[in-house]
Design a binder for this molecule. Sequence first.
Ligand SMILES: C=C(O[C@H]1C=CC=C(C(=O)O)[C@@H]1O)C(=O)O
Length: 423
Amino acid sequence: MSVALESPKQLTIRTVPLRDGRPLLAHLPEAAPLAWLRGGEGLVGWGEAARITLPAEADGAGVRRFTSAARWLEEVLARSRVTNDLGLPGTGPVVFGGFTFAPGSAGSTLVLPRVVVGRRAGRTWLTTIGDGPDARPEEVLHEIRPHRPVGPLTWRDGSPDAAQWRAAVAEAVARIRSGALDKVVLAREVHADAPADIDVRTLLARLSRDYPGCYTFSVAGMVGATPELLIRREGDDVTSLVLAGTRPRGATDEEDARLAADLTRSAKDVEEHRYAVDSLRATLTPLCSAIDVPDRPELLRLANVQHLASPVRGRLRPDVSTLDVVAAMHPTAAVGGTPTSTAVRVIRELEGTDRGRYAGPVGWLDARGNGEWGIALRCAEITGSRARLFAGCGIVAGSDPDAELAEADSKFRVMRDALTDEE
Ligand SMILES: C=C(O[C@H]1C=CC=C(C(=O)O)[C@@H]1O)C(=O)O
């Protein structure tokens, strides 16, 4: 297997408390920023002490990108000398990662940054990772340049365009009604061109301001604010938030309440949600000694949309690694469908695009296995001055192609707004 790999022989890793109340984003330099933020806490990182970018998987098993990444990380950590007095999740060495949706796509990436600033329950820390002697905080925390605006954007429809995607949704509905499968999630893309390289920190600041309850992330060019938590692990405790079933937010309180009531009573959305919960339960149960799945979903309200949401908790069996869980859970029915293998085949056939790392697991992991992995939704792939935005919708027998197109638009709004400079 050919693997783009860069990792020095011996790493010196040190975590120290940091007395600094500034927002985490205030520390982040412009070049290749790494971030995982929610409600003002989380992690930001920069620089690369080690990195792996994986090729497309050649065999059919579909988990090699996860097992290769885990092996690489084990080797890197085995060569690390760590001083960490804090012991909190996210302290010591931390990698940020993003995996492709499909095994046949290249580009799954793990990055071990040179510097991480983290905050949790009001405590802030600094981790430095180097191949030389320990760095001191004043050597790595520089004055950073202010975030730059994006500038006027030129928008282009993706390929397939809106009309072709609508036709693909209609075809998916026909196949579901014929009994070939129960649910499939179809996605589309739109593109934006900016006049200069996009300052990702500008997007991160807007996303974390507008979506404080979501996970705002930036990993190797994938940038977004996802509401969907695939897995959070702390010790042996795991948490997941299953989302499926969507309505826009209303313009007035009355309209909002009407849309919420419509969502919670909709047989189509409740069915779509149930497939996602069932697939998660089936995957987590053999990995857990205990699991708690709520009987019915609750309502999750975001700035752009409202979702049916089921928070799931479990206790992992011994010897199950975090990346094992991530590999087993992906793709959930919130981004693939039911049954999974048929849905993935239909996605490949009808979507006509490479999702890359959209709808793949994105997150971070520390050396003790603690971590948070979301599903890369409400996001864009940023390459220099270009942004490729993605949005998808769960299609079931009762889906209407026009309504799905409108729903995809409300999901695109997250990144459209983040890319659009305020007057
Ligand atoms: C696939 C996406 O959302 C998923 C997550 C929540 C609700 C969804 C839905 O109602 O269709 C999707 O399954 C996306 O945002 O691109």
